[in-house]
Design a protein around this ligand. Sequence first.
Ligand SMILES: *[C@@H]1O[C@H](CO)[C@@H](O)[C@H](O)[C@H]1NC(C)=O
Ligand SMILES: *[C@@H]1O[C@H](CO)[C@@H](O)[C@H](O)[C@H]1NC(C)=O
Ligand SMILES: *[C@@H]1O[C@H](CO)[C@@H](O)[C@H](O)[C@H]1NC(C)=O
Ligand SMILES: *[C@@H]1O[C@H](CO)[C@@H](O)[C@H](O)[C@H]1NC(C)=O
Ligand SMILES: *[C@@H]1O[C@H](CO)[C@@H](O)[C@H](O)[C@H]1NC(C)=O
Length: 265
Amino acid sequence: MDHTLQCVFLLFSCQYQGSSAVTSLFVKKGSDAWLDVQEAVPERFAYIEWNVNETNLVFFRPGEEPIDTKTVEFSNTNYTLKLKNVQETDSGDYTAVVLEAQRKKVAEYKVIVQAPVSPVSLTVDSVSKSSDSCNLTVTCRTQDSHISTTFTCVNQICSEDGDRAKATTSGADLRVYLQNDSINCNHSNHVSRTTNQGAKMQDFCHQASGTLSAGFPLCLVKMVVFSVGLIIMTSAVITVHLKERTMKRKLTQESSTSVITQNSH
Ligand SMILES: *[C@@H]1O[C@H](CO)[C@@H](O)[C@H](O)[C@H]1NC(C)=O
Ligand SMILES: *[C@@H]1O[C@H](CO)[C@@H](O)[C@H](O)[C@H]1NC(C)=O
Ligand SMILES: *[C@@H]1O[C@H](CO)[C@@H](O)[C@H](O)[C@H]1NC(C)=O
Ligand SMILES: *[C@@H]1O[C@H](CO)[C@@H](O)[C@H](O)[C@H]1NC(C)=O
Ligand SMILES: *[C@@H]1O[C@H](CO)[C@@H](O)[C@H](O)[C@H]1NC(C)=O
């Protein structure tokens, strides 16, 4: 997954090859990341090094063994730097520099490590209904942020007003939107996303879809159908039960008479 991400960024960086553009690379906390050299490394060179924030991480002279550490791995064939189990503190400006006749930068990445976002909850705070409109206020809440919005439905056409999206203090994006009658909360950053699709507009704004007088008979019809069904079922059960009892009684009478007749012989 991180490799795909990396490839996307590499493609992006190719367009800027030759320029000194820095490639942003977002990495999920706890995963590995590969930083490839972005420009051709000459066949013969004195050394190549990887630095983070101007501090040396890897120093490699051809013919010598590169030194890997607990947190990084270096390939002396393609000069890729692998960051292992990245943490927030590994964020920073990573550069690869090669010395031929002079020092030349062959890669530069701005690595941004982000933790996966927390779950998001969805609550319906208030509903106000009239014969032709319905206003629903909902809140999407995360550990460190929340966003509220009011959806206004007029004749079943719903729209929203108020904030639809905001940046959280941890740099994530918190969003609330309607999709196919479902209210969705979306909490995302560059490496992960959580969503909550707990509520349907219909469930809260149902009566507002028609007038009360139109809604009431429907409810009544449902009740009548249900009651009639219940009565039919109950009487069926009772009838079967009664039939069984009378048959059993007949059977026991018959069998006892036969026993008596056998005994008298
Ligand atoms: C560079 O080499 C390492 C192993 O030496 C390999 O795992 C990695 O995929 C290579 N990267 C590229 C871009 O070829
Ligand atoms: C690099 O510098 C940034 C900000 O100055 C800092 O947050 C980060 O932890 C540093 N990274 C490393 C690996 O020292
Ligand atoms: C819903 O909100 C709109 C605009 O704020 C208002 O005109 C309308 O009366 C409200 N409807 C209800 C049922 O509260
Ligand atoms: C929205 O509803 C339509 C038809 O009812 C369906 O084809 C579509 O897949 C739905 N979209 C989502 C995102 O649920
Ligand atoms: C959630 O938000 C992200 C970006 O903030 C977006 O890429 C994604 O499509 C959204 N999810 C849905 C289901 O719309």
